[in-house]
Design a binder for this molecule. Structure first.
Ligand SMILES: [Zn+2]
Length: 344
């Protein structure tokens, strides 16, 4: 028994030494739509799951922070060595006001609501009065999710001029209305459907905004301010069994600026990663949406990930994880956008 214990301790020590230790603090952003037991399951988190998720954050001793300052800290790597969490809601659905807000008030956790301004006051969405009440709550940040919730990437056959005017209007009209109605002038933007291309990213960068997507992963100093990840928290993704790994995940140590545009030019797309000395191909695991674990090829320190067959649908992802020491994982998600697939 004693020998076994010694061996176990020795192998634990070996693992501890062999794997790179995570030291940088990262920001993990959670993305919600509805918090409701009666709305569509694909975009809803049940009230009981939502409460259990907040309780887990609290039990792990993780601080929930303001999205803007937390992102700035994580990108500049000036935070402490404990992950921070930010909570976000897209679309300003009514259930966020009626069901989620009172629970967040109990926990005294800050959160951000990304508002698509044309929808405010329509069936199922919050009214301006409700938004105003929340905007006056010190826990709440109200930010831009476009005016019309359009697909912002440049469409096949769309002229540069038409695309540019369309996107400028959608971004700026929403910003103007949020300022006029609520006095809000946040510099945070959530891409509708999580869709963007390098042209949309450029517009977000030119305005000095952060751009948030719907691909998973933590934000760290290798992340890029216009393609920031968030973990989807709807029932199918936010279950407690995998939540701890997400909350404690680390930003993947590959510069996000080196990763490709989301828009695919062939299906299945290639993802090429240059492995730094923090990463070993032996410990890398990659997955593709709807397929599961996929293989990669290695050439020197260059890894090429490609699904074995074309992936249907408009949006899909490749996710890769790698142990980061201390039981944590580096987490990478590459979003892909197939412009030939129909819009939803
Ligand atoms: Zn949305």
């Amino acid at each position: 028994m004693m020998i076994f214990r010694k061996l176990a301790r020795a192998s634990a020590l070996f693992l501890f030494l062999a794997l790179p230790q995570a030291t940088n603090a990262d920001l993990v952003v959670l993305q919600y739509h509805h918090v409701d037991d009666s709305t569509p399951p694909a975009t809803s988190t049940s009230v009981s799951l939502f409460e259990a998720q907040l309780q887990m954050i609290s039990d792990l001793g993780l601080e929930v922070v303001n999205l803007n300052s937390g992102t700035t800290q994580a990108l500049s790597d000036t935070a402490t060595d404990i992950n921070q969490i930010a909570i976000t809601f897209d679309d300003a659905y009514e259930s966020v006001y009626t069901l989620a807000a009172p629970i967040l008030e109990q926990y005294q956790m800050p959160y951000t609501i990304f508002v698509s301004t044309n929808a405010v006051g329509t069936q199922g969405y919050m009214s301006w009065k409700q938004l105003e009440e929340l905007a006056n709550n010190r826990l709440v940040t109200i930010a831009n999710h476009s005016a019309d919730h359009a697909h912002l990437a440049r469409k096949r056959g769309e002229s540069e001029e038409h695309w540019s005017n369309r996107v400028d209007h959608s971004l700026d009209a929403a910003q103007k209305v949020l300022k006029a109605q609520l006095g809000s002038s946040e510099t945070l933007f959530a891409y509708p459907y999580g869709e963007y291309d390098t042209g949309v990213e450029k517009k977000v960068r030119q305005r000095g905004w952060y751009g948030f997507g719907q691909h998973s992963g933590a934000i760290g100093n290798d992340s890029l301010g216009t393609r920031l990840p968030r973990f989807p928290m709807a029932n199918a993704y936010g279950q407690l069994g995998s939540l701890k790994d997400k909350l404690l995940s680390k930003s993947f140590p590959v510069a996000a600026s080196e990763l490709p545009d989301s828009v695919i030019t062939r299906n299945p797309p290639h993802l090429t990663l240059e492995l730094s000395d923090k990463l070993s191909p032996d410990h890398l695991t990659c997955f593709a949406s709807g397929i599961g674990r996929i293989d990669f090829t290695l050439n020197g320190s260059t890894v090429t990930v490609q699904a074995p067959r074309a992936i249907p649908g408009r949006r899909f992802r490749y996710n890769c994880t790698h142990p980061a020491g201390d039981g944590r994982f580096y987490w990478l998600s590459q979003p892909w956008l197939n412009l030939d697939a129909p819009e939803d």
